[in-house]
Design a protein around this ligand. Sequence first.
Ligand code: ZN
Ligand code: ZN
Length: 275
Amino acid sequence: MLFDYHIHTSRCGHANGKMEDYVKKAIDKELVEIGFSDHFPMDVLGFSDDTICSMKYEELEEYFADINELRDKYKDKIKIRTGIEMDYQEDIEDMLRKYTNDNRWDYIIGSIHFIDGYDFSKPGQEEFFADRSIDDLYIKYFEKVKNLASSGLFDIIAHIDLIKKFGCHPEKLSLDEIYREIAKVLSGADLAVEINTAGWRHPVKEQYPSLTFIKELVKRNVPLTFGSDAHSPDDVAYNFSNVFKELKRLGLETNIIYGFSKRKPFCVEDLGGIR
Ligand SMILES: [Zn+2]
Ligand SMILES: [Zn+2]
């Protein structure tokens, strides 16, 4: 009964399968809602050609059209939302704002993949971490998270502690303190945090955010969503049931889990709760 709001399409160049196969997989897994959230075209956001991992701007209309077609075709079986994942950078806030002002979006996910202009999250980036101070990287990364949260641009923040992807943990830095600080910023930010299960497919082998981080968020009633960051149909709702069970064991109440329609949040409990 959960939703999967983080699903890519082959347009980004690093995902496979037809969009329809993702929908079919979601129906098999008895999800009541999914949302496509492919990477927003980076060519119009000023990213350099060698860092672009998204569709081109000229493909965006097709993306909307494909989602609409599937929504219609499967309307009796599943609800399909129109989402997008946008790369946040402080210096492109105005550009991002322009593209978020489109009333076709059900939700907009903000995420951070770049530090100092470098995509640290690409597969095989272990070297990037080997050459740098992990503490410094964590400080830079979470500074960006705070800026993203205060920007007011997004409905959801993706994989909030992605910096741990390759299993590199800080030496001196107190993560508990950082989590507390971020949870405080988020408690007044009108932004949901995604429980992103892709971490279970990455070297770190846990979801984003970590359980300790989730506890801080729950303490402050920060709204949550679920996403698998699917890059192939088999990834849809990946590991959702285990993670959800674990969260319930920690005392997570379903009244802080949200969905989005035309950028307005709604509580999943209003749909009859979660099994
Ligand atoms: Zn991402
Ligand atoms: Zn993604």
